[in-house]
Write a protein that binds this ligand. Sequence first.
Ligand SMILES: *Cc1c(COP(=O)(O)O)cnc(C)c1O
Length: 376
Amino acid sequence: MAEPLIAGARPTSAEIDLEAVRHNVAELRRASSTDVCAVVKADGYGHGAVPVATAALEAGATWLAVALVEEGVALRAAGITAPVLVLSEPHPAAAPVVVANGLRPTLYTESGVAALAAAATTSDEPFAVHVKVDTGMHRVGAQPESVVELVQRVVSSPSLRFEGLWTHLATADELDPAFTNEQLRRFEEVRSTLAAAGYRPSMVHASNSAGSLHHPQARYDLVRCGIAVYGYPPAPGRAVDADLRPVMSVRSKVSLVKRVVAGEAVSYGQRHRFERDTVVATVPIGYADGVPRRLSAVGGEVLIGGRRRRIAGTVTMDQILVACDEDGSVAIGDDVVLLGRQGDEIITADDWAQPLETISYEILCGISGRVPRVYR
Ligand SMILES: *Cc1c(COP(=O)(O)O)cnc(C)c1O
């Protein structure tokens, strides 16, 4: 269990199970039978990019991916030498930093290629880049009809090497495979047009976690897995051929216990009024820590004493209140689990996400920097 870092500090922490990261990566390698790129953007979905990246590489991941150049720089600063793909085209002004840190940029505009080509003249060898095609997500990427010309620019730049061609799937987590198949058809068309022009990337990739687990034909040379590395299925409720274990637990301890008499209400707005005398525990974690304020209104629960207990009244910035019924056994210092396991009970990020109409990703990324991460 997490002990506070400073004597007297709040006993709230996020426990990160790096053994679970290694297990999940091994499962993804087995299930996809291809190379695994562990996506560690947004500080490893809130888990800590450097420890997760290190554990993923130990378990056989060969690539890492980040959203931002600065996230890639942080991995290099920590001594990580594995290839790091930057998932969006870097701002032209960042090109020298990309080159200096040996990151793999994704390119999809002429100005992006030009900036990298110029910055890469300082590199001893041709600098490897990946070109991204927009096959239907319409977020970022080159339009299919402009890819040949773009790749031509890469190939004709002596400072650059055309290493990867990739795309991103918009609906790989949905049951209907129609649009995924259409995206792959467009991607294949681009590949053949490139091949006809004599351009062959040394690697091709298209899958996020959902693609790699639900669409075997989208695996190609590398699968870019984020959420599955953190132990969550990309499509909750849909079976996957991989044993995924949640990596993050969020824990605290009861800081105060009181009896609230029938007719009284708790927290801001008095939204939860008790019909009978109730033991109410205060727990020092709130929305500033990433417990969504709306969680109490949608039936959110925590675990205390191995039992599920309702969050009573509005989640406040720093604290929540928990209804413990008539349970005289709940005491100051008792362990509280917000996410994770206690006894036979488990609460997952999907348990929070579903009634809040969001996804596990947002819950995990939302656990704020105020919550100390403790690595196991
Ligand atoms: C975030 C991201 C991923 C990882 O997605 P998961 O669903 O978490 O596996 C893969 N590829 C791209 C382009 C991304 O932005």
